[in-house]
Design a protein around this ligand. Structure first.
Ligand SMILES: [Zn+2]
Length: 159
């Protein structure tokens, strides 16, 4: 199923996007051959297309709003860099894993703004990044970055 959603929908969709069930995408099905959780657990954004897991019946359900906010940050990042450069940076730069600086940079922005409400969320997010994103950055460094940003935000200070 493909669902085109206009900017402004539900008060928080910040740009025109398309929601596509991963099952209906050849590319997503191909990737999931090597990584099954990719099809059943993970959302993926490329450009303004947001691919949702095939286990998801209604992608726009309220329970998914935090995830959608996260993906919308990726849509903005894609706009800023352009799809080919973004994919190159995200997947390969400077290494595919362990020191994937750009994957860490793009994901930390999305997680910080869409998924971290309390300090307890930080460990959850760091574990997710470690488990599903091919260890993009040393765990200790990731946690330290989130804690610093979280407190900066809590204190209302500007960077
Ligand atoms: Zn993400």
């Amino acid at each position: 199923m493909r669902l085109r959603v206009k900017k402004g929908f539900a008060g928080f969709i910040s740009q025109d996007v398309e929601f596509i069930n991963k099952q209906n995408s050849l590319l997503m099905r191909f990737i999931s051959l090597f990584y099954p959780a990719f099809m059943t657990n993970l959302w993926t954004t490329i450009g303004n297309k947001i691919y949702y897991p095939n286990t998801e019946r209604s992608p726009l359900a309220i329970k998914n709003y935090a995830i959608i906010k996260h993906e919308l940050i990726h849509v903005k990042q894609f706009k800023k860099y352009g799809v080919p450069l973004y994919l190159f940076l995200y997947l390969l730069c400077p290494l595919p894993f362990l020191f994937s600086y750009f994957r860490w940079k793009f994901e930390r922005e999305a997680y910080l703004h869409a998924n971290i409400q309390t300090e307890e969320d930080i460990d959850k997010v760091v574990n997710l990044l470690n488990k599903y994103y091919l260890y993009p950055w040393p765990k200790k460094w990731m946690r330290a970055w989130f804690i610093e940003q979280f407190h900066r935000r809590e204190n209302g200070g500007n960077s």
